[in-house]
Design a protein. Structure first.
Length: 184
């Protein structure tokens, strides 16, 4: 298994981040408790957390405001995360995370999905195309349907919201977002 899916999710996220303007930072997002700025901070902070977790470190809960140069901040932390998952044996190793134990390959799948769906959230919030990486989106949707049960669904604050129905003409990324509880 390679880091290629994660690299594609990072590229899609970087593309969307590059399209965010300073006047959009206080706009709402599909994650109702976060503004665009807070979502960007979550995206950057998530990459930092994931990279440190792969290295066996426990990151602090502190999140810096990445909204100054959020593309550079994302580039820096996502490069560390991709390299960490690409290291010899990283995908075979067991990781103990705040939400349970899992093998590296499953952890990278979770990171890839998280990275990608938050790119979708940001694209939706900032009026950009949500038709992101169609092949990756289709693969992540298939994997998500196989691994996400109703036990992980609930109101805001749960890992995923209740599944929302997507239209027949919805893009693969829109279908993934709907499956994960976003209104498309």
């Amino acid at each position: 298994m390679s880091t290629q899916p994660l690299e594609h999710a990072v590229a899609a996220t970087r593309h969307v981040l590059s399209g965010v303007t300073a006047d959009q930072l206080e706009d709402p997002t599909p994650c109702s408790s976060w503004s665009v700025r807070e979502l960007i901070n979550h995206i950057v902070g998530g990459q930092r957390f994931f990279g440190l977790a792969v290295h066996g470190e426990q990151p602090s809960g502190d999140v810096d405001d990445a909204a100054g140069d959020y593309v550079a901040a994302f580039d820096e932390v996502s490069a560390v995360t991709v390299a960490a998952f690409g290291a010899e044996g990283a995908l075979e190793k067991q990781y103990t995370l705040p939400f349970g134990e899992m093998p590296g390959s499953a952890f990278m799948g979770l990171v890839t999905t998280d990275t990608f769906v938050h790119a979708w959230d940001l694209a939706k919030a900032t009026g950009q195309s949500t038709d992101l990486a169609p092949d990756l989106a289709a693969s992540l949707l298939e994997q998500s349907k196989a691994s996400i049960s109703d036990a992980f669904r609930g109101p805001e604050g749960a890992p995923f919201g209740p599944e929302v129905e997507a239209t027949a003409e919805a893009s693969n990324a829109d279908r993934l977002a709907a499956f994960l509880g976003r209104t498309v």
